[in-house]
Design a protein around this ligand. Sequence first.
Ligand code: FES
Length: 122
Amino acid sequence: MMAEADPPAWGAERITEHSILGLASVAAWVTFTFDGEAVEAIAGEPLLAALLASGRRVLRTMPRFGDPRGGYCLVGRCADCMVVVDGIPSVRACMTAVAAGMVVRTQHGAADDRDLSEEPAE
Ligand code: FES
C-alpha cells in the first residue's frame, strides 16, 4: 500500500464542511492554477478558502479605480470574491468548489471588459 503524500502545511485552518458545498475530502489534494501559478487545495473545498490559505488576498480589482478586493461576506452575497474560472467571468470564489485542473484568474474590472486575449485557447 502506498503512503499518501503529506498535505501542504500552510498554517491555516481549512474549511472541510461547507453548508452549501458539502464535505470536502481531506484525502484528495488537487492542483489548480491562479494567474498561472499552481495552488494545492482539498478537492471540494471553497475556492476562496484555498486561495486565502495559499496566501492570496487579491482576487479582483474594481472597474473604476482598480481597488483590490479579496472577499468580504464569504457567503455569496457581495461581489468581492469574483474571479474568472475556466474563462467564465464573475464566478464567486466563496461559492465554488475546487476541482483539479481549474484555471482561475484575477478578475480585472467588470465582466464585460475582460481581456479576451487571456482566455484559454480552444
Ligand atoms: S465573499 Fe462575498 S460573494 Fe464571495
